[in-house]
Ligand binder design. Sequence first.
Ligand code: ATP
Ligand code: MG
Length: 508
Amino acid sequence: MTDQTSKIYKLNFYDRLEVKFLSVFLPLVIFFAVLSILLVEGIDYQKTKVQYKKAQQSITADLLALSGEYLWNLDKRRLGKLIESQLVHPGVTGIIVWDEDAQVFIQQGHQEQGENANLIEEPIYFQTDSAREEIGKIQIFFTDKYIFEAFITRVLQNLPIVLIICISIILGAIYISQQMIKKPLKRMVKAIEETEHDNFPTPISWEKKDEIAMVIHSFNQLMKRRQDLHQENKQLASNLLEAQKIEAIGHLAGGIAHEINTPIQYISSNIHFMNSAQKRYVSFLNSLKDQLSKDSDTQNTEEFNKWVEAKIEELDLDFISEEIDGCLTETTEGLTIISDIVRAMKEFNHSGQKDKSQVDINGCLKRALTISSNQWKHIARVEEQLHDGDCMVMGYYNEINQVILNLIINATHAIEDHKTERKGVLKVTSALNEDHCLITISDNGTGIPKDVQDNIFLPFYTTKEVGRGTGQGLTLCYDMIVNKHKGKIYFETEEGKGTTFFIRLPLR
Ligand SMILES: Nc1ncnc2c1ncn2[C@@H]1O[C@H](COP(=O)(O)OP(=O)(O)OP(=O)(O)O)[C@@H](O)[C@H]1O
Ligand SMILES: [Mg+2]
């Protein structure tokens, strides 16, 4: 039998709603953030490229416009300054001016190589009075590497800002979802947890009018319905307990009547015997009085003695005297048996004892054995091994009595069904431990077959014929011990050898 304790569902970190939310939306948001930056900066990149093309033309035009005059005048200083002013542009890496002898006249910067490099080479003309003469050439080295670098720099600069904004939005969304979804959910879980201890939570209030309000409304209705059902169940359980008690007592009634009837029979025959004895004594006394009144002298005579002896013999007074003692002892014993049974019956169900109180377990065991004595007397002998001293637990008196009686009757049925030559053994024990009392009820009866073991606590499960069992006994025992007393009930059994039921009751 497994211990059915309720468990509260614990969430793993990765199962939490916000973590799931984050794991789905964070990559998405990062992806879209990066994509949007690439898009915006990509457009900017394309624009810068167009501007770069225009800049190439304007730089070339500016250089060609003035370099002809400076080269004609061999004015290296001014030409150098002009080149310097154009090298400021990030797209220009170097400029070389060649004279008409194909000698380098001036060179500044460096010659960019590679796929980003671009070279523009133009002849330099000078307009004399008569003609336009070619006096050299200019080479301008361009690169668009800086555009890509600027693009990457801007992406790297903007990405953290965009990510911070996106993550803040996600955290904000999680916070709002917490408030909107998790808060009512948590309240519902708390309300459900409260019902664990048979408390019924006050209805959850939710001011907003939204879908959550709908769920909470349905939840409150469900809780109300559960509360009503719980009350109905309680009532049914108490009715069932009463019914089972009456049924058990009904089964025992015949036996109890027989138990009481036997002493009543011999008490009545003893009383009959004592009545006739009393009559004989009275008759003897009356005869004696008559005899004495006839002749006062006769009392000392031998004749008188003979008369007395004859009278005693006639009335069988010696036999009566011998029997009377035994009769009285037997009658007293019979009356004790009757009063024990009647007391046990009376004490078995204290109708006033509805609340928890101190219950004497040894008393319960003895009482149940007395009430059921006619059931086991002819088929088993009882072994009692009870805790020496008070064995008190805080519990429901009537229900503990009922559980013990059910288990004793089950045990006697098992012994009866085992059908052996010798009398069976019904053993009851009680032991007091630090925080609980352990009761055992064992029999050496049939034992419980493997395929039956899982079912015996189920309502209405019985292997007995109609009229002998209804299958409610152990269900009620389980409810009373586990649910009502927060104790435990379990068994050990071996087919053909017997069964022991254990009841563990907390002391308070
Ligand atoms: N000590 C035992 N030895 C063998 N079988 C048992 C024992 N106690 C219970 N059982 C089995 O468990 C079944 C259920 O027991 P339970 O007490 O619930 O119902 P019942 O005795 O059949 O009927 P009742 O409602 O009158 O008690 C029994 O029918 C029987 O098969
Ligand atoms: Mg039973």
